[in-house]
Design a protein around this ligand. Structure first.
Ligand SMILES: Nc1ncnc2c1ncn2[C@@H]1O[C@H](COP(=O)(O)OP(=O)(O)O)[C@@H](O)[C@H]1O
Ligand SMILES: [Mg+2]
Length: 414
């Protein structure tokens, strides 16, 4: 019995290709679609849609094209790493404009005639560039020149640029200011909220045939935490978790299945991603980054301490005090032994996603993942023979677990 049979599903609910059938109409996605409709209806000229990778830009374009394909001629450029001549050629090809010449002036003239004819027939002509951050400055300038094709009354051409946030930054630069000023409609795709993430998961499951898979609320919350609400990363985490549940013959997907997906990131993969760590910190909410950081905890300790934790204790010590004198944490206001009873020490997480474990060892099971800025009461501490230091922390409603000292900042509450 395979994975889909096990969950009684018709198809994979969390595929990674944009698919209109699975379109979840979140308020944000709907607003962006409405903005695009407005831009084209009102002949606004240039529109710009910005979103981090995986937020649903290409998905929205698919829906938008489906809506407009009867009323518009649409050129969709998906691979915009072209010279400006190639871009023009690609646009004309996509619009089925036959050319007798490769002379640029002639091409523009033919294009203008085409636009006027379509305008008389009340048909919109739309150029969409996906991944537009990859357009060269030359191509962006070419598009700006094309947008000059207008009659006295109205714009003949609608251009929609869709790209990652760096496109926005580039448009603010000196060389592209003229184009930036032409953009009259702008929208940004953000990530889904926790409630929307939960809805999104259920929605996609229903679309895939309902089946018997059930994500419980804690599992959905954990997916939101790991994915930052970015649909592509929600899909990645959810499908991995379903695989883990399937292997364990459970049709319920629980928080521990999500935690398992993090645990099983292969070391080799981590190492290759880790080389790009600094580059990627910027997108810290992304799941991959969370996964890297989370899984990195183990890897990093080994790397940075250059002392493998040989002889680590696997059992959880009961109320042990540090065997080795602990290094004094920077923000620690009072040493443990001398701390007056009124001082409550707290550990605040300093990385985006941190693993807490059943015991003070990298070999201990992962009990939960906590987020940057979360603070927990410290109830104990332990230093492994290798020198790795651990704090026992109390998680609200969830008991006490262990967290490595180098991913927290220790302070005190009085
Ligand atoms: N509103 C949505 N409804 C359903 N699936 C979505 C939605 N937004 C994104 N996705 C899914 O997330 C993944 C990434 O979406 P995509 O449109 O490729 O993002 P982007 O183009 O911004 O990188 C795809 O698998 C897509 O199906
Ligand atoms: Mg895309």
């Amino acid at each position: 019995m395979d994975y889909l049979d096990f969950f009684n599903l018709k198809e994979d609910p969390f595929g990674l290709t944009p698919d209109s059938h699975y379109f979840y109409p979140s308020k944000m996605h709907n607003d962006v679609l409405a903005t695009l409709d407005y831009a084209v209806e009102q002949k606004e000229g240039f529109s710009l849609i910005i979103g981090e990778p995986g937020t649903g830009k290409t998905t929205i374009l698919k829906i938008f094209i489906d809506r407009w394909k009867e009323r518009a001629e649409i050129a969709l450029i998906m691979t915009p790493r072209l010279s400006s001549e190639e871009l023009l050629q690609a646009i004309l090809d996509d619009l089925n404009i036959r050319l007798e010449t490769a002379n640029k002036n002639e091409m523009i003239k033919t294009f203008r005639d085409f636009l006027i004819a379509r305008s008389l027939a009340d048909t919109r002509v739309i150029i969409i560039v996906d991944e537009a951050q990859n357009l060269s400055d030359g191509c962006l300038e070419e598009l700006r020149l094309l947008s000059n094709l207008e009659t006295e009354k109205e714009k003949l051409l609608q251009i929609i640029l869709v790209g990652q946030p760096e496109l926005q930054r580039r448009l603010h630069s000196e060389g592209l200011r003229q184009l930036d000023q032409r953009i009259s409609i702008r929208a940004t795709l953000r990530s889904l909220t926790e409630v929307e993430t939960s809805d999104y998961i259920s929605f996609r499951l229903i679309k895939a045939g309902k089946g018997s898979a059930i994500f419980n609320e804690n599992a959905k919350k954990m997916i939101h935490r790991l994915s930052g609400g970015i649909p592509r990363l929600i899909n990645l985490t959810a499908s991995r978790a379903m695989m883990v549940a399937y292997i364990g013959s459970s049709n319920q997907i629980l928080k521990r299945h999500i935690l398992d997906t993090v645990k099983h990131i292969p070391e080799a993969q981590l190492k290759s991603i880790s080389r790009h760590r600094t580059l990627r910190y910027a997108a810290a909410t992304l799941l991959l980054i969370s996964l890297i950081l989370v899984s990195f905890i183990g890897y990093n300790t080994l790397q940075y301490n250059s002392k493998p934790p040989q002889g680590t204790t696997h059992s959880v010590p009961q109320n042990v005090t540090a065997k080795t004198p602990p290094e004094k944490p920077e923000t620690l206001s009072a040493p443990t032994q001398d701390a007056p009873a009124a001082v409550q020490r707290v550990a605040t997480v300093t990385v985006n996603a941190a693993r807490v474990r059943e015991g003070p060892s990298l070999h201990a099971d992962v009990a939960d993942i906590v987020s940057k800025g979360d603070s927990f009461e410290i109830t104990d501490e332990w230093t492994e023979a290798s020198g790795n230091r651990w704090y026992k922390v109390r998680l609200p409603d969830e008991g006490e677990y262990w967290i490595a000292s180098y991913i927290v900042k220790v302070g005190s509450l009085r």
